[in-house]
Design a protein around this ligand. Structure first.
Ligand code: AMO
Length: 441
């Protein structure tokens, strides 16, 4: 009988280690990204897991014909590693032999191996399995990986426990009409709009928790900011002294994420020419003051005293950046009417909540705040709002049996990624977006 001892030995080298093999002959696997024929030789770009490696084909050195190479075929090359200053990596591979592992059935209808995939957003998304192979397209999601790694690292180092809560739920956490109903063995259930209830419950268990997972919103409108499924980065912490502690934690988290990207993702940041924002201090402004400031500075009439229009978010960010240099701004004390039932109201004025949004480059990327932890207070508020308490018995169990003061936040990963990378549509930063018209790929 065969046994697996966990040892992984490969016949091919890891592209990151090529530098160590200068002057030697190596075997390397990858996909043929692009073939550019020149006079007397050809550039063959090999797409490996993270890098595109420049290879040189010449009849004198190679034991095979250039015709054997087809773009998007998967190969193992035997090649010599040669120093080359003009190559982005400082070396190139001189091809000696090839082993073709597979060839494509047909050529991609979309050209994917130019600097940019020059097509409409619709096509870009329709052909996602191939368009993502473009060097710059895939860099977006490598950076997104870096964001979640950076967040995880920061939260774990700060005493947060990672949890995984259910996505099929009994009642909606965020209210509103944007909830997906599903059949559940003869009963009605919903797709989770957020892990709100569960992360709060888990504060009673671990004190500090976080989750990075999909959530579902039945948004009926196609906008550049809304998805029907997105990845929510949630954290929740107990024993807070005020909701400002959550904003402080988010500031520190963002600072750590930028440092992490700077350290580990330079390749992709350079490819996409990304300028990371500085996160030193993030200004905080009260909601009503922000509304008035934007109205005054831009001579606008305030139409809605309880919410921001998208244009106002843009203008506020522009203004704050001009005044303070910060590309982030916290807006605090949102009106109670616009916040969910679990939001804690301010002691001095129950018309506003101990809550905040974080805006970045013109867009809301986070909502957070302190929650009601007292059972009596929570029940009273739900009754005042005319809610059916019987639907929330399991949620209220934690309040009934005791909870510390606590709060947390939810950050939209795709919104954050798209703004970080300077993209106008959140779909660009979503691997396989789900919107009103899109269920595939
Ligand atoms: P909220 O509903 O504001 O708050 O959502 C939190 C963050 O999630 C992102 N977001 C979206 N991203 C893409 N498409 C959507 N349809 C969409 N809706 C929201 C935004 C937003 O700031 N439970 C609270 C969070 C908390 O208080 O802990 C909540 O879900 O970036």
């Amino acid at each position: 009988m065969k046994t697996m001892n966990g040892e992984i030995t490969k016949q091919t080298v890891a592209p990151e280690c090529l530098q160590e093999h200068m002057g030697e002959s190596v075997r390397i696997h990858g996909s043929i990204y692009k073939i550019r024929k020149m006079r007397g030789f050809a550039f063959v770009l090999l797409r490996t897991a993270r890098q595109v490696v420049q290879c040189i084909y010449s009849e004198e050195k190679a034991s095979f014909s250039l015709e054997e190479l087809v773009e998007e075929s998967c190969v193992i090359f035997t090649a010599e590693v040669v120093a080359e200053e003009r190559s982005r990596t400082g070396y190139e591979l001189h091809l000696l032999a090839v082993e073709v592992l597979s060839t494509p059935h047909e050529a991609s209808p979309i050209v994917i191996n130019n600097k940019l995939v020059d097509t409409s957003l619709e096509n870009l998304l329709n052909y996602r399995p191939v368009t993502l192979r473009n060097e710059k397209e895939r860099a977006i999601f490598k950076i997104q990986e870096g964001i979640t790694f950076g967040i995880r690292k920061f939260l774990q180092e700060n005493g947060f426990t990672e949890i995984h809560s259910p996505k099929i739920v009994y009642s909606g956490a965020e209210g509103g009409a944007n909830i997906f109903r599903i059949g559940y063995f003869g009963r009605e259930a919903y797709l989770a709009q957020s892990p709100q209830f569960y992360k709060q419950m888990m504060v009673g268990v671990y004190e500090r928790v976080f989750e990075i997972a999909p959530v579902f919103r039945a948004e009926k409108h196609d906008t550049s900011r809304h998805l029907n499924e997105y990845t929510s980065v949630d954290f929740e912490m107990g024993y807070i002294e005020s909701f400002e502690e959550i904003m402080q934690t988010e500031t520190a988290m963002l600072r750590a994420v930028m440092a992490y990207l700077e350290e580990k993702y330079t390749h992709e940041l350079e490819l996409l020419a990304v300028k990371l924002p500085e996160v030193t201090e993030i200004p905080a402004i009260r909601f009503h003051e922000a509304k008035e400031l934007v109205a005054k500075e831009y001579h606008r009439e305030i139409k809605d005293y309880e919410d921001f229009e998208p244009e106002e978010e843009k203008l506020l960010c522009e203004l704050i950046q001009k005044k303070t240099g910060s590309e982030f701004v916290f807006v605090t004390h949102y009106p109670s009417k616009k916040r969910p039932f679990y939001a804690m109201e301010s002691a001095e004025n129950n018309e506003v909540t101990e809550s905040f949004d974080l805006l970045f480059r013109g867009l809301e990327i986070t909502t957070g705040g302190q929650r009601i932890h007292s059972y009596e207070e929570q029940v009273a508020k739900m009754e005042r709002l005319g809610m059916n308490l019987s639907l929330f018995e399991s949620y209220l169990m934690m309040h009934k049996y005791g909870m510390p003061p606590h709060g947390g936040l939810g950050l939209g990963l795709e919104r954050f990624t798209s703004k970080l990378l300077g993209q106008e549509n959140v779909r660009r930063a979503t691997l396989f977006p789900r919107d009103t018209g899109r269920l595939e790929p």
